[in-house]
Design a protein around this ligand. Structure first.
Ligand code: NDP
Length: 333
Protein backbone atom coordinates (compact mmCIF):
# COMPACT_ATOMS: atom_id res chain seq x y z
CA UNK A 1 0.00 0.00 0.00
CA UNK A 2 1.32 3.41 -0.94
CA UNK A 3 0.42 6.35 1.28
CA UNK A 4 -0.01 10.06 0.75
CA UNK A 5 0.63 12.22 3.78
CA UNK A 6 -1.81 15.11 4.00
CA UNK A 7 0.03 17.47 6.32
CA UNK A 8 3.74 17.97 6.95
CA UNK A 9 3.19 17.35 10.64
CA UNK A 10 5.18 16.54 13.75
CA UNK A 11 3.18 13.40 14.51
CA UNK A 12 3.90 11.96 11.06
CA UNK A 13 7.60 12.77 11.43
CA UNK A 14 7.88 11.39 14.96
CA UNK A 15 5.77 8.24 14.66
CA UNK A 16 3.56 7.55 11.66
CA UNK A 17 6.06 7.55 8.77
CA UNK A 18 8.13 4.93 10.59
CA UNK A 19 5.01 2.94 11.45
CA UNK A 20 3.94 2.91 7.77
CA UNK A 21 7.39 1.80 6.67
CA UNK A 22 7.40 -0.96 9.28
CA UNK A 23 4.55 -2.72 7.43
CA UNK A 24 5.56 -5.07 4.69
CA UNK A 25 4.73 -3.58 1.28
CA UNK A 26 3.89 -0.11 2.65
CA UNK A 27 5.62 3.06 1.56
CA UNK A 28 5.11 6.82 1.61
CA UNK A 29 4.64 8.14 -1.90
CA UNK A 30 4.00 11.86 -1.34
CA UNK A 31 3.55 14.57 1.26
CA UNK A 32 1.27 17.61 1.07
CA UNK A 33 2.06 20.95 2.69
CA UNK A 34 0.50 24.36 2.18
CA UNK A 35 4.03 25.73 1.74
CA UNK A 36 6.34 24.75 -1.15
CA UNK A 37 9.43 25.25 0.99
CA UNK A 38 8.07 23.11 3.83
CA UNK A 39 6.85 20.40 1.45
CA UNK A 40 10.26 20.11 -0.17
CA UNK A 41 12.18 20.25 3.10
CA UNK A 42 9.89 17.66 4.71
CA UNK A 43 10.11 15.32 1.72
CA UNK A 44 13.90 15.60 1.73
CA UNK A 45 14.19 15.10 5.49
CA UNK A 46 12.00 11.98 5.41
CA UNK A 47 13.05 10.51 2.09
CA UNK A 48 9.61 10.92 0.48
CA UNK A 49 9.75 10.88 -3.34
CA UNK A 50 7.03 13.46 -4.05
CA UNK A 51 6.11 16.80 -2.45
CA UNK A 52 2.81 18.53 -3.30
CA UNK A 53 1.23 21.82 -2.34
CA UNK A 54 -2.06 21.11 -4.08
CA UNK A 55 -4.34 18.46 -2.57
CA UNK A 56 -5.84 17.50 -5.91
CA UNK A 57 -2.33 16.87 -7.28
CA UNK A 58 -1.56 14.47 -4.44
CA UNK A 59 -4.93 12.75 -4.77
CA UNK A 60 -4.44 12.41 -8.54
CA UNK A 61 -1.36 10.24 -7.98
CA UNK A 62 -2.67 6.82 -9.09
CA UNK A 63 -0.21 4.83 -7.00
CA UNK A 64 -1.55 6.27 -3.74
CA UNK A 65 -4.06 3.87 -2.13
CA UNK A 66 -4.48 5.56 1.25
CA UNK A 67 -3.95 8.91 2.88
CA UNK A 68 -2.97 9.83 6.41
CA UNK A 69 -4.48 13.19 7.40
CA UNK A 70 -2.56 15.01 10.16
CA UNK A 71 -3.10 18.67 9.43
CA UNK A 72 -4.62 20.97 12.03
CA UNK A 73 -8.12 19.94 12.97
CA UNK A 74 -10.16 22.45 10.99
CA UNK A 75 -8.76 21.00 7.74
CA UNK A 76 -9.57 17.34 8.35
CA UNK A 77 -13.15 17.38 7.05
CA UNK A 78 -12.58 18.87 3.60
CA UNK A 79 -9.35 16.93 3.07
CA UNK A 80 -11.01 13.65 4.04
CA UNK A 81 -14.01 14.28 1.79
CA UNK A 82 -11.70 15.07 -1.14
CA UNK A 83 -9.64 11.93 -0.50
CA UNK A 84 -12.76 9.80 -0.34
CA UNK A 85 -14.05 11.35 -3.59
CA UNK A 86 -10.71 10.39 -5.15
CA UNK A 87 -11.15 6.78 -3.99
CA UNK A 88 -8.49 6.74 -1.29
CA UNK A 89 -8.75 4.90 2.03
CA UNK A 90 -8.38 7.33 4.95
CA UNK A 91 -6.57 7.23 8.27
CA UNK A 92 -7.51 10.52 9.91
CA UNK A 93 -6.13 12.15 13.00
CA UNK A 94 -8.31 12.96 15.95
CA UNK A 95 -10.38 14.96 16.50
CA UNK A 96 -11.95 13.98 13.19
CA UNK A 97 -13.49 17.41 12.66
CA UNK A 98 -14.63 20.59 14.35
CA UNK A 99 -18.18 19.28 14.82
CA UNK A 100 -19.76 15.89 15.35
CA UNK A 101 -22.04 16.41 12.33
CA UNK A 102 -18.99 17.02 10.10
CA UNK A 103 -17.26 13.93 11.45
CA UNK A 104 -20.35 11.84 10.72
CA UNK A 105 -20.45 13.22 7.17
CA UNK A 106 -16.86 12.03 6.63
CA UNK A 107 -17.58 8.55 7.95
CA UNK A 108 -20.76 8.19 5.91
CA UNK A 109 -18.97 9.35 2.74
CA UNK A 110 -16.33 6.64 3.19
CA UNK A 111 -19.00 4.05 3.92
CA UNK A 112 -20.96 4.99 0.76
CA UNK A 113 -17.76 4.78 -1.30
CA UNK A 114 -16.80 1.39 0.17
CA UNK A 115 -13.52 2.76 1.55
CA UNK A 116 -11.80 2.12 4.87
CA UNK A 117 -11.95 5.08 7.23
CA UNK A 118 -10.02 4.90 10.50
CA UNK A 119 -9.32 7.27 13.38
CA UNK A 120 -5.80 7.42 14.78
CA UNK A 121 -6.68 6.75 18.42
CA UNK A 122 -3.36 5.22 19.40
CA UNK A 123 -4.02 4.45 23.07
CA UNK A 124 -6.30 1.45 22.45
CA UNK A 125 -3.41 0.03 20.40
CA UNK A 126 -1.10 -0.10 23.43
CA UNK A 127 -0.29 -3.53 24.83
CA UNK A 128 -0.82 -2.15 28.34
CA UNK A 129 -4.39 -1.08 27.62
CA UNK A 130 -5.20 -4.26 25.74
CA UNK A 131 -3.88 -6.34 28.64
CA UNK A 132 -5.87 -4.33 31.19
CA UNK A 133 -9.04 -4.62 29.14
CA UNK A 134 -8.50 -8.38 28.87
CA UNK A 135 -8.41 -8.62 32.69
CA UNK A 136 -11.84 -6.98 32.85
CA UNK A 137 -13.22 -9.24 30.12
CA UNK A 138 -11.90 -12.28 32.00
CA UNK A 139 -13.78 -11.19 35.13
CA UNK A 140 -10.61 -10.66 37.18
CA UNK A 141 -11.97 -7.55 38.90
CA UNK A 142 -15.57 -8.70 39.10
CA UNK A 143 -18.28 -6.17 38.37
CA UNK A 144 -16.76 -2.87 37.25
CA UNK A 145 -17.78 -0.02 39.54
CA UNK A 146 -15.67 2.95 38.50
CA UNK A 147 -12.87 4.21 36.28
CA UNK A 148 -10.51 7.15 36.78
CA UNK A 149 -8.34 8.53 33.99
CA UNK A 150 -5.31 10.75 34.70
CA UNK A 151 -3.93 12.44 31.63
CA UNK A 152 -2.54 15.72 32.92
CA UNK A 153 0.84 16.25 31.28
CA UNK A 154 3.22 19.09 30.43
CA UNK A 155 2.78 19.98 26.77
CA UNK A 156 6.24 19.74 25.18
CA UNK A 157 7.60 23.12 24.04
CA UNK A 158 7.70 22.15 20.38
CA UNK A 159 3.93 21.50 20.43
CA UNK A 160 2.98 24.86 21.97
CA UNK A 161 1.66 26.39 18.75
CA UNK A 162 -1.98 26.23 17.59
CA UNK A 163 -2.87 23.82 20.43
CA UNK A 164 -2.65 26.57 23.04
CA UNK A 165 -3.77 29.72 21.22
CA UNK A 166 -5.86 28.94 18.16
CA UNK A 167 -9.49 27.88 18.69
CA UNK A 168 -10.15 28.09 14.93
CA UNK A 169 -7.51 25.38 14.29
CA UNK A 170 -9.01 23.17 17.00
CA UNK A 171 -6.77 24.18 19.89
CA UNK A 172 -7.39 23.34 23.54
CA UNK A 173 -6.80 20.31 25.71
CA UNK A 174 -10.34 18.98 25.19
CA UNK A 175 -10.02 18.36 21.42
CA UNK A 176 -6.42 17.32 21.93
CA UNK A 177 -6.49 14.90 24.87
CA UNK A 178 -10.06 14.43 26.11
CA UNK A 179 -10.92 12.81 22.77
CA UNK A 180 -8.23 10.18 23.39
CA UNK A 181 -9.46 9.51 26.91
CA UNK A 182 -13.03 9.26 25.66
CA UNK A 183 -11.92 6.63 23.17
CA UNK A 184 -9.95 4.78 25.82
CA UNK A 185 -12.87 4.65 28.25
CA UNK A 186 -15.17 3.39 25.49
CA UNK A 187 -12.55 0.78 24.59
CA UNK A 188 -12.33 -0.47 28.17
CA UNK A 189 -16.01 -0.44 29.05
CA UNK A 190 -17.66 -1.20 25.68
CA UNK A 191 -20.32 1.43 26.30
CA UNK A 192 -20.85 5.09 25.50
CA UNK A 193 -21.20 7.87 28.08
CA UNK A 194 -24.69 9.38 28.10
CA UNK A 195 -24.12 12.59 30.04
CA UNK A 196 -21.14 14.62 31.27
CA UNK A 197 -20.40 17.33 33.84
CA UNK A 198 -17.15 19.28 33.44
CA UNK A 199 -15.08 22.22 34.58
CA UNK A 200 -12.25 23.67 32.50
CA UNK A 201 -9.70 26.40 33.16
CA UNK A 202 -6.67 28.00 31.63
CA UNK A 203 -3.85 27.42 34.10
CA UNK A 204 -0.83 28.99 32.42
CA UNK A 205 -0.58 27.90 28.79
CA UNK A 206 -4.00 28.28 27.18
CA UNK A 207 -4.71 31.62 25.50
CA UNK A 208 -8.33 31.70 24.39
CA UNK A 209 -8.63 27.93 24.86
CA UNK A 210 -8.77 25.73 27.96
CA UNK A 211 -5.56 23.95 28.98
CA UNK A 212 -7.03 21.86 31.82
CA UNK A 213 -10.31 20.04 32.34
CA UNK A 214 -11.91 17.62 34.78
CA UNK A 215 -15.12 15.79 34.00
CA UNK A 216 -17.45 13.10 35.32
CA UNK A 217 -19.39 10.91 32.92
CA UNK A 218 -22.64 8.99 33.34
CA UNK A 219 -22.46 5.52 31.78
CA UNK A 220 -25.54 3.48 30.82
CA UNK A 221 -24.45 0.64 33.14
CA UNK A 222 -24.04 2.95 36.13
CA UNK A 223 -20.22 2.65 36.16
CA UNK A 224 -18.79 5.97 37.40
CA UNK A 225 -16.10 7.60 35.22
CA UNK A 226 -13.87 10.54 36.04
CA UNK A 227 -11.35 12.06 33.64
CA UNK A 228 -8.63 14.71 33.97
CA UNK A 229 -6.65 16.24 31.10
CA UNK A 230 -4.15 19.08 31.17
CA UNK A 231 -1.21 20.65 29.31
CA UNK A 232 0.33 22.22 32.45
CA UNK A 233 1.29 19.40 34.84
CA UNK A 234 5.02 18.57 34.70
CA UNK A 235 5.12 15.85 37.35
CA UNK A 236 1.62 14.37 37.60
CA UNK A 237 2.35 11.24 35.57
CA UNK A 238 -0.46 9.61 33.62
CA UNK A 239 -2.56 6.56 34.06
CA UNK A 240 -5.87 5.05 34.75
CA UNK A 241 -7.55 2.93 37.37
CA UNK A 242 -10.45 0.55 36.97
CA UNK A 243 -12.11 -0.56 40.18
CA UNK A 244 -14.36 -3.58 40.46
CA UNK A 245 -16.17 -5.61 43.11
CA UNK A 246 -13.34 -8.19 43.26
CA UNK A 247 -10.26 -6.24 42.27
CA UNK A 248 -8.65 -3.09 40.93
CA UNK A 249 -6.37 -2.35 37.99
CA UNK A 250 -3.73 0.35 38.38
CA UNK A 251 -2.14 1.32 35.06
CA UNK A 252 0.62 3.92 35.46
CA UNK A 253 2.32 6.06 32.79
CA UNK A 254 0.31 4.33 30.09
CA UNK A 255 -1.31 7.39 28.50
CA UNK A 256 1.66 7.61 26.19
CA UNK A 257 2.65 7.45 22.54
CA UNK A 258 5.11 4.70 23.39
CA UNK A 259 4.54 1.21 24.84
CA UNK A 260 5.49 2.29 28.36
CA UNK A 261 4.16 2.01 31.88
CA UNK A 262 3.01 -0.66 34.29
CA UNK A 263 -0.22 -2.53 34.82
CA UNK A 264 -0.91 -3.91 38.29
CA UNK A 265 -3.82 -6.11 39.31
CA UNK A 266 -4.82 -5.98 42.99
CA UNK A 267 -7.20 -8.61 44.37
CA UNK A 268 -7.70 -10.50 47.61
CA UNK A 269 -4.75 -12.66 46.50
CA UNK A 270 -2.42 -9.66 46.49
CA UNK A 271 -0.66 -7.55 43.86
CA UNK A 272 0.37 -8.91 40.44
CA UNK A 273 2.36 -7.18 37.71
CA UNK A 274 0.56 -7.78 34.43
CA UNK A 275 2.78 -8.44 31.39
CA UNK A 276 1.88 -6.88 28.06
CA UNK A 277 3.03 -6.77 24.43
CA UNK A 278 5.46 -3.96 23.63
CA UNK A 279 4.60 -3.46 19.93
CA UNK A 280 4.63 0.20 18.83
CA UNK A 281 1.18 1.75 19.13
CA UNK A 282 1.19 3.35 15.68
CA UNK A 283 2.63 0.19 14.10
CA UNK A 284 -0.28 -1.74 15.61
CA UNK A 285 -2.75 0.79 14.16
CA UNK A 286 -1.24 0.74 10.67
CA UNK A 287 -1.14 -3.07 10.67
CA UNK A 288 -4.85 -3.15 11.55
CA UNK A 289 -5.53 -0.58 8.82
CA UNK A 290 -3.75 -2.81 6.30
CA UNK A 291 -5.88 -5.78 7.35
CA UNK A 292 -9.01 -3.64 7.07
CA UNK A 293 -8.13 -2.62 3.52
CA UNK A 294 -7.58 -6.31 2.74
CA UNK A 295 -11.07 -7.02 4.11
CA UNK A 296 -9.70 -9.15 6.94
CA UNK A 297 -10.34 -7.00 10.02
CA UNK A 298 -11.72 -3.71 11.23
CA UNK A 299 -9.42 -0.76 11.91
CA UNK A 300 -8.13 -0.47 15.49
CA UNK A 301 -10.41 2.58 15.83
CA UNK A 302 -12.85 3.13 13.00
CA UNK A 303 -14.74 6.22 11.90
CA UNK A 304 -17.64 5.70 14.28
CA UNK A 305 -15.14 5.49 17.15
CA UNK A 306 -13.79 8.86 16.02
CA UNK A 307 -17.26 10.41 15.83
CA UNK A 308 -18.09 9.13 19.32
CA UNK A 309 -14.86 10.33 20.96
CA UNK A 310 -15.45 13.76 19.42
CA UNK A 311 -19.07 13.78 20.61
CA UNK A 312 -17.93 13.11 24.18
CA UNK A 313 -15.22 15.79 24.01
CA UNK A 314 -17.69 18.33 22.59
CA UNK A 315 -20.13 17.57 25.38
CA UNK A 316 -17.33 18.04 27.94
CA UNK A 317 -16.47 21.42 26.45
CA UNK A 318 -20.12 22.51 26.33
CA UNK A 319 -20.64 21.44 29.93
CA UNK A 320 -17.59 23.43 31.06
CA UNK A 321 -18.75 26.50 29.13
CA UNK A 322 -22.37 26.36 30.25
CA UNK A 323 -21.89 25.08 33.79
CA UNK A 324 -24.45 22.31 33.50
CA UNK A 325 -24.75 18.61 32.69
CA UNK A 326 -24.82 17.89 28.95
CA UNK A 327 -26.26 14.84 27.20
CA UNK A 328 -23.78 13.49 24.63
CA UNK A 329 -25.11 13.85 21.07
CA UNK A 330 -23.78 11.01 18.92
CA UNK A 331 -25.62 12.23 15.83
CA UNK A 332 -27.58 9.01 15.57
CA UNK A 333 -24.64 6.58 16.08
P1 NDP B 1 1.86 20.16 13.70
O1 NDP B 1 1.67 21.52 14.24
O2 NDP B 1 3.21 19.56 13.73
O3 NDP B 1 1.37 20.07 12.19
C1 NDP B 1 0.08 20.55 11.82
C2 NDP B 1 0.22 21.45 10.61
O4 NDP B 1 0.97 22.59 11.00
C3 NDP B 1 0.99 20.80 9.48
O5 NDP B 1 0.09 20.17 8.60
C4 NDP B 1 1.74 21.96 8.85
O6 NDP B 1 1.02 22.51 7.77
C5 NDP B 1 1.78 23.02 9.93
N1 NDP B 1 3.19 23.18 10.36
C6 NDP B 1 3.99 22.24 10.88
N2 NDP B 1 5.20 22.77 11.15
C7 NDP B 1 5.13 24.06 10.79
C8 NDP B 1 6.03 25.14 10.82
N3 NDP B 1 7.28 24.98 11.26
N4 NDP B 1 5.63 26.34 10.39
C9 NDP B 1 4.37 26.52 9.95
N5 NDP B 1 3.46 25.52 9.89
C10 NDP B 1 3.84 24.32 10.31
O7 NDP B 1 0.77 19.26 14.45
P2 NDP B 1 0.84 17.84 15.15
O8 NDP B 1 1.64 16.88 14.39
O9 NDP B 1 1.18 18.02 16.56
O10 NDP B 1 -0.73 17.45 15.05
C11 NDP B 1 -1.33 17.25 13.80
C12 NDP B 1 -2.64 16.49 13.97
O11 NDP B 1 -2.37 15.24 14.55
C13 NDP B 1 -3.68 17.14 14.85
O12 NDP B 1 -4.95 16.85 14.35
C14 NDP B 1 -3.48 16.48 16.18
O13 NDP B 1 -4.65 16.49 16.97
C15 NDP B 1 -3.10 15.08 15.77
N6 NDP B 1 -2.21 14.37 16.71
C16 NDP B 1 -2.51 13.09 17.03
C17 NDP B 1 -1.69 12.35 17.83
C18 NDP B 1 -2.00 10.92 18.09
O14 NDP B 1 -1.25 10.27 18.77
N7 NDP B 1 -3.05 10.37 17.56
C19 NDP B 1 -0.49 12.94 18.44
C20 NDP B 1 -0.22 14.29 17.98
C21 NDP B 1 -1.06 14.96 17.14
P3 NDP B 1 1.37 22.07 6.27
O15 NDP B 1 0.98 20.65 6.19
O16 NDP B 1 0.53 22.98 5.47
O17 NDP B 1 2.84 22.27 6.11
Amino acid sequence: MQWGLIGASTIAAEYVIAAIRAQSGNSVNAVLSSSRARADAYAAAHDIPNADTDLSALLARPKIDAVYISTTNEKHRDQALAAIAAGKHVLCEKPLAMSVADARTMVEAARAAGLVFATNHHLRCAGAHRAAKALIAAGRIGKVLSMRVFHAVMLPEHLRGWRIDNPAAGGGVIPDITVHDADTVRFYLDEDPQRVVAQAVSSGLGQGVEDSVMSVWTMPSGIMVQSHESFTHPFAGSGLEVHGSKGSIFARNVMSQRPTGTVTLVTEAGETDVPYESEGLYEYAIAAFNRAVAGEDRPAADGVDGVKSLAIAMAVRQSALEGRAIDVNYEGY
